[in-house]
Design a protein around this ligand. Sequence first.
Ligand code: PDD
Length: 285
Amino acid sequence: MGRIVYVNGRYVPLEHAMVSVEDRGYQFADGVYEVCEVRAGRLIDERRHLARLVRSLDELRVAHLMSLAALGIILREVVRRNRVHDGLVYVQVTRGVARRDHPFPPAGTKPALVVTARPIDLAANERVAAEGVAVITLPDERWARVDIKSISLLPNVLAKQAAREQGAREAWLVDRDGKITEGSSSNAWIVDRDGKLITRSLDHAILAGITRAVLFNVIRAHGLSLEERAFTVEEAHQAREAFVTSATQAVMPVVRIDDHVIGNGAPGLIASALRRDYHDHAEAT
Ligand code: PDD
């Protein structure tokens, strides 16, 4: 079965789907996106993802194209038409199509909306999680407003590729103070020697991950202690456990950071428990 995507008001086969070469997303990366997990055909944490989408749009002053209810219907329709049981749905909104000029296009230019969906191999994900993943650390070379989920992801792409070339799954980005901000497409967490969870507090230097936010509830339910603060590369290397969070992998244990084996080299107990219970605390709609 061929894939169906939603492009500016129409559901079309992927191979026939087209956007203009003058889409501002294409020319300026002038747009935002969201990635939402699909599990058993339902959207995970849709409400929070769409709320963040609205925030990103507002930060960039991109007009609202439709209500969140209408957008939710499109997301579901794309999931349904692609028969995605477990996977992800991707939504991208750009400032629209206009002659290439840096200032905003004329008032009334309609934002462009693209929605795609694809399956994820849950069993393969579980196998990766059972082993844990490696991460490398790299300088954070992104712009100063990565709290906006912008489609401008070049530094993230380069960092991820560097990780892959070094046999790692993710790159943890390091700010000028030697503190880790987040992963190239995930939030970064460690567990210290006392069993306390540490993740960077929210500011303009990281994305306010939805998985991160929901995980706070899981942590509370487990009676674990949590500190929201930036941690150093050194602390990460010495951590008892580490993991990353994102919509597409929930809680993914980290077992190596650069050349340092974390814990005993296997996924930690806390990361594993949080992964196991994550979906009990997420909203499925
Ligand atoms: N990435 N930080 C960055 C830079 C991200 O790109 C992501 C998500 C996260 C985690 O956010 P959330 O828990 O809301 O997924 C943190 C998505 C999955 C992506 O770009 O594919």
